[in-house]
Design a protein around this ligand. Structure first.
Ligand SMILES: [Zn+2]
Ligand SMILES: [Zn+2]
Length: 300
């Protein structure tokens, strides 16, 4: 098993401490759950380098002033860390023998992905997650922001899924990232279309045609939707097409590392998947799903 989606800092905290102790604790928690390899994948937008490159990207959107102001505040709050220091810390963990690889969670920036790729090429990343959290200036997954959540009542659910899927297709086609993170995140707040098959087909096709892997994430169990990403019918579509998979918790603190690993293992078994895809230097390799770890007390 893998936990290929891990953050160092909660969204609520502006401070961005770095230290090997945190990664050591993540590895211990993961290994106790039978997870053999971890990827540290902080958000690109937590770094000043992203602000220099992309700050104000929301300004020319036809979004409401409220959404734009909310995004400006969010961006300003988050873009405080140094990308060089972050990569150095992850590299030190690797060099110390911890089972971690160096990653990043990258958002989709319409028309800007070549510039994003140029920045990322300066660093020795092992794996890059590609995510759609935002549609223009709208942070549809920011459950704590009343402005963002209010937007759900102003839009049609089908149209939201359509716009989300279009952004995900463009992100996949850009070729900048390796893994589609939480592929059906648009359901996060619990808004689902009556007939989602069309969008599931398109998301599976986007992964398949781009060569990207797809993430199977337990994070949705901690959200209003109350379901892993992807939904079972989308997971079945990935498996039927042979799309490589990773597993992930999307933890932002140690308590959630390897969260629900046993349930994810069961899901993979239910669709006949025995191997996941890990990465080194952005090159894939196979990792066995593996057996359930034996509980320490049962092992005596
Ligand atoms: Zn994400
Ligand atoms: Zn994340």
């Amino acid at each position: 098993m893998l936990d290929y989606h891990l953050h160092l800092w909660p969204h609520s905290e502006r401070q961005t401490p770095l230290g090997l102790e945190q990664l050591q604790a993540y590895c211990e928690k993961a290994q106790a759950a039978g997870v053999s390899e971890l990827a540290v994948t902080e958000h690109l937008f937590r770094f000043r380098q992203a602000d220099d490159l992309l700050g104000g990207f929301w300004a020319d959107e036809r979004a409401s002033p409220g959404l734009k102001a909310s995004m400006a505040d969010y961006w300003d709050f988050h873009a405080t860390a140094d990308l060089d220091d972050y990569v150095t810390c992850a590299q030190e963990a690797k060099d110390a023998g911890l089972p971690v690889v160096i990653g990043l969670e990258v958002d989709y920036y319409e028309g800007r992905m070549d510039e994003v790729a140029g920045l990322l090429a300066c660093y020795p990343f092992d794996v890059l997650l590609g995510s759609v959290h935002w549609l223009g200036a709208w942070r549809f997954d920011d459950l704590d922001d009343p402005v963002s959540m209010g937007e759900w009542s102003a839009r049609q659910v089908d149209a939201c899924w359509d716009t989300y899927t279009g952004a995900l297709e463009e992100l996949a086609a850009s070729g900048v990232c390796d893994v589609l993170a939480h592929p059906d995140l648009i359901k996060v707040a619990g808004h689902r279309p009556d007939a989602p098959a069309e969008w599931w087909d398109r998301i599976a096709e986007a992964a398949d045609s781009s060569g990207m892997a797809a993430e199977v994430s337990s994070a949705g169990w901690r959200k209003p939707v109350g379901e892993q990403y992807p939904a079972v019918p989308l997971l079945e579509r990935f498996a039927a097409r042979g799309v490589p998979l990773t597993t992930a918790s999307d933890a932002h603190r140690v308590e959630h590392v390897a969260d629900h690993a046993a349930s994810l293992r069961g899901l993979l078994g239910s669709v006949g998947v025995e191997f996941l895809q890990g990465y080194r230097g952005r090159q894939p390799h196979a990792v066995a799903v593996g057996d359930q770890p034996v509980a320490l007390d049962a092992a005596g």
